[in-house]
Design a protein around this ligand. Structure first.
Ligand SMILES: Cc1ncc(COP(=O)(O)O)c(C=O)c1O
Length: 423
């Protein structure tokens, strides 16, 4: 079937009239190549169909939520069974306690759990609890790290006042001196430190954190009696079945989770240690839909799969096959690829591609042949990505490298990107 986008263009035109900017937030295609589909129709496993019926192997996984593949049956059945009993009720279902018990049993540092909807809810709740813990103001965040879209952390400054950021202090990720210095500058007032499991920013190579640095962050928090918060919203369950820093010998006081914890159902979580329990019980945090029972039932089933199957080894294997295959193909076509981050959350950038035009050209060629990669954001593997999907994606990638090589002289940088990054 040949790729088409007639309906997509109509939808975009309609959206432009009734949705500001036609679409907003991280799922807006404004930063993607101009032909990228904005609107989708359905999905199953690792495959997604856009509004024109074009079928793709999707390496975005809804920007993370699909861990076990779209529409994974056991999770859908658990959700359906709960839906038959009720979802949004006057009080939570007992499934909330089951889910909290399961998180506490599974995540080593956790003694309690609170649930909300989006990752931003969980990180914002972590910030408030850290401040309530010793009645302090200063929150330390790594420069450029994404923790959500609330005024205290959104990456765009439109509509944000200096007051919104007054007590947010930035340091360099994985830089011991920078972190120690931030503690020194704000001695006596540091409430908490945010850390992502590894460095996973857009338009940049990803890198893992040094164990020494993670341990220092723990020590500095202990000395200052501040809370250490690991933000697992993006990386959770794609590096480990436990908190990602557990293998570094570091246990946070709080960890925020979201995206894939219910395989696509809307729920996020904040987990905490005993030390933070009193502070957590004093803050006022809530939402009309935070206590829905269906996403909790879906999360409970997802945790069971995480605990009892080899899902992690499967996505590691598929991610590594993709990475090795792409490396070989790129070399054969004379391209240098920078593939960074865990194989389960690959970032793929090109060498000698300062304005990203080669990467954008390549993902466009892949997309038109049925594979969705991102030219600037890390991607996500799911257990839906089996051998057939990886093999198909490598065949497509091969043709796309060839096509980009042939079109090399015509490639242009993306205009929005040129303005945004000042290229
Ligand atoms: C590390 C991290 N924290 C927080 C968030 C915010 O999550 P949400 O978009 O669900 O509010 C994200 C989203 O990408 C994230 O990657």
């Amino acid at each position: 079937m040949t790729w088409k986008n007639n309906r997509q263009l109509d939808l975009r035109e309609r959206a432009q009239k009734v949705i500001p900017g036609g679409m907003y937030g991280h799922e807006s295609t404004k930063l993607l190549p101009s032909d990228f589909p904005q609107f989708f129709d359905r999905a199953e496993g690792a495959r997604i169909w856009d509004a024109d019926g074009n079928e793709y192997v999707d390496f975005m996984c809804a920007y993370g939520p699909s861990l076990l593949g779209y529409g994974f049956k056991p999770v859908e059945e658990a959700a359906a069974s709960q839906r038959a009993r009720g979802d949004t009720l006057t009080g939570p279902s007992d499934v909330m306690i089951d889910l909290a018990e399961q998180f506490v049993a599974q995540i080593s540092h956790a003694d309690w759990a609170m649930f909300c909807k989006n990752g931003t809810d969980a990180t914002s709740m972590a910030m408030v609890i850290a401040r309530a813990y010793r009645d302090r103001k200063t929150i330390l965040c790594a420069k450029g790290a994404y923790h959500g879209a609330a005024p205290w952390c959104t990456p765009r400054m439109a509509g944000i006042t200096p007051g919104d950021r007054a007590n947010i202090v930035y340091f360099e990720y994985n830089d011991a001196d920078s972190l120690a210095d931030a503690f020194k500058q704000h001695e006596g007032d540091v409430a908490g430190v945010f850390a992502t499991p590894f460095r996973h920013e857009v338009f940049a190579d990803q890198y893992v954190v040094d164990a020494d640095y993670a341990q220092l962050a723990r020590r500095l928090c202990d000395e200052a009696d501040a809370l250490l918060i690991v933000d697992e919203v993006r990386a959770g369950f794609r590096i480990a079945r436990d908190c990602s820093w557990e293998s570094l010998g570091v246990r946070p006081d709080l960890s925020s989770w979201g995206k894939c914890i219910a395989n696509g159902y809307p729920i996020s979580a904040l987990l905490g240690s005993e030390k933070a329990r009193t502070a957590a019980s004093t803050v006022y945090v809530t939402g009309s839909f935070w206590f829905q029972a269906v996403p909790m039932a879906a999360a409970l089933k997802t945790l069971e799969v995480v605990r009892t199957t080899d899902y992690l080894e499967q996505i590691q294997r598929s991610g590594q096959r993709l990475r090795d295959g792409l490396d070989g193909l790129a070399k054969a076509h004379g391209f240098g690829l920078r593939q960074t981050g865990p194989a389960t959350m690959p970032q793929i950038l090109f060498e000698e591609d300062r304005d990203f035009r080669i990467g954008y050209g390549w993902v466009t060629e892949c997309m038109k042949r049925g594979v969705i990669f991102s030219p600037y954001h890390n991607m996500f593997l799911s257990t839906g990505h089996g051998d057939a999907e990886i093999d198909f994606s490598l065949e497509v990638a091969d043709e796309a490298f060839r096509a980009v090589r042939a079109r090399n002289a015509e490639l242009e940088p993306h205009p929005v990107l040129v303005a945004l990054l000042g290229l």
